[in-house]
Design a protein around this ligand. Structure first.
Ligand code: ZN
Length: 319
């Protein structure tokens, strides 16, 4: 009997011992996982609200000083000549390319224009046609120095700029007439004055800006600057001189045109390369002095600044 009791007691002790051992094991495991949890918390600390990740550095684009002398926003006037070695786009003679004369005529067989400008102009003319305005006539397009010299010598003083100081020398401007009469009275002139900005063109020498441009009112002379610039200039009633001064002063502006938001930043290049944040979609233009304007936009709505946003579809990739 004693043996039996002793046996039960030993068995009980063994069973108790095993339970106790398992319980301690559990406690140790729990404690360990507790430590792990704390470590995790500590590791996660930098991601807690109020401690954001280090901001990603934007990709940078290097702008070289020569970029101050290329692009659609170049300021050409009596003070700032056409830059040396200016890059010219492909120029076509419109008399030889009658296939390009869509909805407009030419004054004579010498009219030349950059090929992409013909496209931009046609786009605008198609929109005018919808408003019943159809008598456009190009009277001057691209002019080389020789042609400009000829004009300078022939015309009254103050009417033509000296060679090397005309936007026509870069193919950025055209003189547009009407077969119905003088542009200041003709429907073509009135339509352009009100609507050209929608297609990237500006009336370069308005009647009330002679003090700033130094040039008398020219209801026929239209300059291409591209969107969104033409729309912003229209909104603020700026000529190119004023617009560039405004950008230099503001350094960066944001404008929404026809549902698309643009950021326009001015960078002074001086004589050094500079690094600027690289945006997904952008275009650059110099100011022909010492600055570069970067126009950037998001890509959710459109791929590019579109000339003639209301009617044009072909212009999206043309800039
Ligand atoms: Zn002109």
């Amino acid at each position: 009997m004693k043996k039996l009791i002793l046996g039960i007691a030993v068995l009980f002790l063994i069973v108790y011992g095993i339970f106790e051992f398992i319980e301690r094991l559990d406690a140790v495991e729990n404690n360990e996982s507790g430590v792990k949890y704390d470590q995790q918390l500590n590791q996660d600390q930098p991601d807690q609200p109020g401690q954001p990740d280090e901001p990603k550095k934007p990709e940078m684009l290097t702008i070289t000083p020569d970029q101050a002398f290329k692009g659609n926003l170049l300021l050409i006037n009596r003070k700032y000549p056409v830059p040396d070695n200016a890059e010219l786009p492909e120029i076509v003679n419109l008399f030889k390319r009658k296939d390009l004369l869509k909805g407009f005529g030419i004054l004579d067989n010498s009219i030349e224009l950059p090929l992409d400008m013909v496209d931009k102009f046609s786009n605008m003319v198609q929109a005018a046609k919808k408003d019943g305005v159809t008598h456009f006539l190009i009277s001057s397009g691209y002019r080389d120095n020789e042609k400009q010299q000829e004009l300078y010598e022939t015309l009254e003083k103050g009417v033509a700029n000296p060679p090397g100081h005309s936007e026509h020398n870069l193919g950025l401007s055209m003189d547009i007439g009407s077969s119905l009469g003088m542009m200041k009275d003709a429907p073509e002139g009135k339509w352009l004055e009100q609507n050209a900005w929608k297609y990237g063109f500006i009336l370069r020498f308005p009647e009330d800006k002679k003090d700033i441009t130094g040039v008398m009112y020219e209801p026929w002379h239209f300059r291409y600057v591209g969107l969104p610039h033409s729309a912003i200039m229209q909104k603020h009633d700026f000529v190119l001189e004023q617009y560039l001064d405004y950008l230099k002063e503001k350094k960066e502006i944001t404008e929404t045109i026809d549902g698309q938001t643009y950021s326009i930043a001015y960078y002074r290049v001086s004589d050094q390369n500079i690094e600027v944040p690289l945006h997904q979609k952008y275009e650059l233009s110099g100011d022909n002095v010492d600055g570069v304007i970067m126009t950037s936009w998001d890509t959710e709505l459109k791929d590019a600044p579109v000339d003639g946003t209301k009617t044009g579809t072909k212009e999206g990739d043309a800039q």
